[in-house]
Design a protein around this ligand. Structure first.
Ligand SMILES: [Zn+2]
Length: 411
């Protein structure tokens, strides 16, 4: 269905669902248009409840077995809104996590972001949202100052943004851009090598960094962008490239990001589970990442630290083996950045819940290769150290700090 016919149906359903109104003009004048016709756009059914009150379901996503529904991504544009007072209810939030029903990632503490140019985002204030615990609805109270605005769960970061970033470093000798393979939809899976190649590898430490195994976790990409910029564009960052090789896998699920997915690849598989399985046809992304790392190790190169970046709603934490590298990473992050975690979280040794297909990348690398492999969760909700939700600038600062933390961890 074309975006325009989809929009037409939306408008029809909105008009059809209008409650009887005493002031018909008010209804006619308040028909908004909702669009998701751009990269990473996502929204479920839209209904108009009254003149200025709209119900927007969050689309959510289930896995290949129709389990583990997660509804933590929405990103849409609204047109026709200027000078009106709007109520938008975000509904259909409940799903399940690790096969436990009832979970919902969007909570009373979640603050969507709004933009008038699809570039600059601010969080809605406490006064602009309310939470219905019984119905599990996040209600937005908006007075848009322009006709068109965008709403998202957190500041988006698309595959197009990554391509624009990498284009700036195409001719750069300190960065090699390779393809590890292709995603299910045929998108190139990028592997970046950042180092000073004039200095032999044997004299350097090696850090592997991964992001976007889960499509919705957009702010981890802002962190990666800042890490790359710090290494390439600052004197201190360049100096680190004399001593460290950074192997960066910035976009684990480009297909999911492009279609506005949540946490499953094109075939419905969680790319940060399943590391104990070998199913290259259904999970080419895992296959490509695994092969790139095994090739590296089989060439006799070290992997002094591995880190995969994730977002979660309510906590910053680092999970992984009880080794000095993990403790140093955490200590630096908590001392010098907005990261607020209380100590290294232990990692189950093997698959979780005794089921095959539940092993995470850091579990697998530690269990099978003995690599000091960690997972870092970075929270979407309010950060006490900042007294606010992290803005894009805060995520960028976290990325620059992360580079220094990784360097400190492998020193
Ligand atoms: Zn994740």
């Amino acid at each position: 269905m074309s975006p325009s016919s989809y929009l037409y149906l939306l408008a029809l359903s909105a008009i059809a669902s209008c409650q009887p109104a005493t002031d018909q003009n008010a209804v006619n004048n308040s028909v908004l248009s909702f669009y998701t016709d751009f990269e990473a756009g996502s929204l479920g059914d839209v209904q108009q409840l009254s003149a200025h009150h709209w119900q927007c379901a969050v689309a959510g996503e289930t896995d290949a077995d129709h389990r583990n529904r997660q509804a933590s991504w929405y990103y849409f544009r609204v047109e026709g809104a200027r000078d009106s007072t709007l109520t938008i209810d975000l509904t259909d939030l409940v799903g399940e996590y690790n096969y436990q029903p009832g979970a919902h990632a969007i909570t009373a503490q979640t603050r969507p972001v709004i933009s008038y140019d699809n570039r600059n985002w601010r969080h809605l204030s406490d006064q602009e949202v309310s939470w219905d615990e019984e119905k599990v609805i996040l209600r937005l109270h908006l007075k848009p100052r322009k006709d068109t605005f965008w709403i998202a769960h957190q500041p988006p970061y698309t595959t197009a943004q990554l391509k624009q970033l990498l284009a700036q470093y195409q001719e750069e000798p300190y960065m090699k851009i390779q393809s590890m393979g292709e995603s299910a939809a045929g998108e190139s899976l990028v592997l970046l090598t950042l180092t000073n190649t004039a200095i032999p590898l044997e004299q350097k430490k090696v850090v592997w960094l991964m992001a976007r195994q889960h499509a919705w976790e957009s702010t981890t990409s802002w962190v990666v962008e800042a890490a790359i910029r710090y290494l390439m564009d600052t004197t201190a960052g360049r100096a680190l490239l004399d001593k460290i090789v950074f192997q960066v896998m910035p976009m684990g699920d480009p297909d999911g990001v492009a279609r506005g997915g949540v946490r499953f690849n094109t075939f419905g598989h969680d790319l940060n589970r399943n590391w104990d399985l070998v199913r290259p046809a259904e999970m080419p992304e895992i296959q490509a990442q695994k092969q790139a790392m095994l090739d590296w190790l089989s060439q006799g190169h070290p992997m002094d630290l591995f880190l995969t970046l994730h977002n979660t709603e309510s906590a910053d934490y680092v999970q992984g083996p009880d080794l000095p590298a993990g403790h140093k990473l955490l200590a630096y992050m908590t001392a010098y950045t907005s990261f607020e975690a209380e100590g290294l979280r232990p990692m189950p040794e093997t698959t979780t819940m005794g089921k095959p297909g539940r092993m995470t990348v850091n579990q697998a690398l530690w269990a099978a290769q003995g690599v000091p492999a960690y997972l870092m969760e970075m929270k979407v909700e309010r950060v006490e150290k900042l007294g606010a939700n992290r803005t894009v600038d805060d995520w960028l600062a976290l990325g620059a700090g992360l580079v220094q933390a990784l360097a400190a961890a492998v020193e």
